[in-house]
Design a protein around this ligand. Structure first.
Ligand code: SF4
Ligand code: FES
Length: 578
């Protein structure tokens, strides 16, 4: 196997790795700015310099040339090389800042040069705490500045588009953002204008940066030049909790990190998954923070003689139980939801089976033509495949309407799916029926329901979804409800503020905790009225049961979902027909 020597340590490699990527993959620390593993390599920041040499080949002996000590003669390149663009070759020798004074000096000098006009506004810059320029200056930079002149001031607070704001003077012209629009989103909306110390990224005159993936440029901008209009000045990274999750705004199931502070979701960023979304996600998936925080249903509600009143949990459980007893099985309709998790749909199914209810359906929400063939899919819900694999009977919108409006149906129990808002039925179609709506947000269906049960959403519990390609992935609780506690749940991330904040600190409060429980738990409590016991203590346990009774989910468990980048449940071929 070919070998490479980095700082006198021998490594073997396969293929033709780039030296910088190889060093990063092997856990070595090395400074860089413009390189990004999913973009082309312009090698323009010069921060990743190394000394590189190759062994001299003796044509006569047809072997490496050796010196008097019997060691290979290495011929170093006359100048420093950029590790990001240098392909590893057999016998190559690399010296980094750890073994070369020249490289150490180069890193210092490059940083000094980059910082000449960079405003040192770390105290107010959104990128502070995540900024490689800040980190690398600390690790590799000069101790002071020799620059005594006024810095070049470039434009500040330029609204490039509806979601992205540019502080041009922070830009180090790495061109990552430009390359992103050229190579990934392919909108070609950004370019670098002007020259030398005046240049910065811009859009063409009269246009705006409204790329549906524009916020990815904020993620990959190594400094705080590109910022999110939504998140700017909201919080510092060290104050927030970072929790892995799944984007539920469409069928792709992009992997995300959910960032919370004081139990509010403040930002969503993509999490790398080579099988699903690489490093990217669409902007509208990030706007889901509004649904997670706002317009929430908190505490059960009932409509009594036309008035909407808050109810207790006990009352809600008893009411549903009594209704399930009062009507015959054929008068009851259960509506599952491709917006809800695999676990919730499974428990709904199980509840129906327990009561011998045969009317259990779901209706996918697919807007043909709204997908873009990249990360935005026609399927508007995250778990259509999951409902199919569970064996829920699938109905088109009109077919579901027929079921809902049938005069024989007296009780409808539905999981989170705004069928009124989606136009499948009108509110008046539900008149005269007892409608139980289990949902997390107020919407047209909740308004028309007789009993509204507030349920935990995808960031308030661990639960799983099967994406359009048949891959199951799971979320982890990022927000507390009033019944969950970050410090008692080992899976929940505990940030600095949670660890050290006291109740007298103004950033720690009991606000923003919703009075809701997961739908499966509510259904279990209703079953318990009959002395039936599903025996679930967590969604992890529900998934174990699903895996044991449904062959599609065989071998699936939460640990595997965490260790692998999700689990492919069915082949691509089957996905098309599933
Ligand atoms: S705005 Fe950021 S990503 Fe774009 S060129 Fe400047 S530093 Fe690089
Ligand atoms: S990372 Fe290599 S030159 Fe920028």
């Amino acid at each position: 196997m070919p070998e490479i020597f980095i700082d006198n340590v021998r490594y073997e490699f396969e293929g033709k790795p780039l030296v910088l990527q190889f060093m990063l993959d092997n856990g070595m620390d090395h400074p860089f700015f413009c390189y990004h593993p999913s973009l082309s390599v312009p090698a323009n920041c010069r921060q990743c310099y190394v000394e590189a040499g190759t062994p001299v080949w003796n044509r006569e002996t047809n072997d490496y040339e050796l010196d008097e000590k019997g060691e290979r003669v290495i011929r170093f390149f006359p100048k420093l090389m950029t590790a990001c663009s240098l392909e590893a070759s057999d016998g190559m020798v690399i010296k980094t800042q750890r073994t070369s004074e020249l490289v150490k000096r180069a890193h210092k000098d490059t940083l000094e040069f980059i910082l000449v006009n960079h405003p040192l506004d770390c105290p107010i810059c959104d990128q502070a705490g995540e900024c490689p320029l800040q980190i690398q200056t600390y690790k590799y930079g000069p101790e002071g500045s020799r620059f005594e002149h006024k810095k070049v001031h470039k434009p500040k607070r330029i609204k490039l588009g509806p979601r992205v704001i540019l502080d041009a003077e922070r830009c180090i012209n790495c061109t990552r953002c430009v390359r992103f629009t050229e190579e990934i989103s392919k909108t070609h909306q950004l370019t670098i204008i002007s020259r030398g110390d005046k240049n910065y990224p811009a859009v063409a005159p009269g246009t705006e940066f409204d790329d549906p993936y524009s916020l990815n440029t904020v993620d990959i901008c190594p400094v705080g030049a590109l910022t999110s209009a939504d998140f700017r000045f909201k919080a510092r990274v060290w104050e927030m909790n970072q929790t892995p999750g799944v984007d539920v705004t469409n069928g792709t199931g992009c992997n995300i990190d959910v960032w919370t502070r004081d139990n509010l979701v403040l930002r969503i960023t993509p999490r790398f998954n080579a099988e699903v979304n690489d490093h990217w996600m669409p902007d509208f998936g990030r706007e889901d923070i509004r649904r997670m925080n706002e317009n929430r249903i908190s505490k059960p509600e009932m409509t009594i003689e036309g008035d909407r009143i808050k109810s207790s949990w006990q009352n809600a459980e008893l009411t549903l139980w009594e209704k399930l007893k009062a009507f015959k099985a054929e008068e009851i309709l259960f509506v599952g939801s491709a917006f809800s998790s695999v676990e919730d749909n499974f428990v709904l199914q199980k509840h129906a089976a327990r009561l011998d209810i045969k009317n259990v359906y779901f209706s996918p929400f697919i807007k043909v033509g709204s997908g873009d063939g990249f990360l935005i899919d026609d399927d508007q819900y995250p778990n259509t495949q999951g409902c199919r694999l569970l064996g829920l009977e699938e109905l088109s919108g009109p077919a579901l309407k027929d079921k809902v409006t049938a005069s024989s149906v007296k009780l409808i129990v539905m999981l989170e799916d705004d069928i009124v808002g989606r136009g499948i039925v009108s509110a008046s179609d539900l008149d005269g029926k007892f409608v139980v709506y289990m949902g997390s947000n107020n919407n047209e269906t909740s308004k028309a329901a007789s009993l509204v049960v507030p349920i935990a959403n995808s960031v308030e519990q661990s639960c799983s979804y099967v994406n359009v390609k048949g891959r199951i992935q799971r979320t982890t609780a990022a927000k507390e409800t009033i019944y969950t506690n970050r410090k008692l749940d080992l899976e929940m991330s505990v940030g600095r503020l949670d660890r050290y904040g006291t109740k007298f600190d103004n950033w720690v409060s009991d606000r923003n905790r919703i009075d809701c429980i997961p739908a499966w738990e509510f259904l279990e409590r209703v079953a318990a009225q009959d002395k039936a016991n599903f025996g679930y203590t967590s969604t992890r346990a529900i998934m174990t049961e699903i895996a044991s009774v449904n062959e599609h989910f065989s071998g699936v468990d939460y640990n595997r979902m965490d260790e692998e980048p999700g689990i492919q449940l069915i082949s691509d071929e089957k996905v098309k027909t599933a």
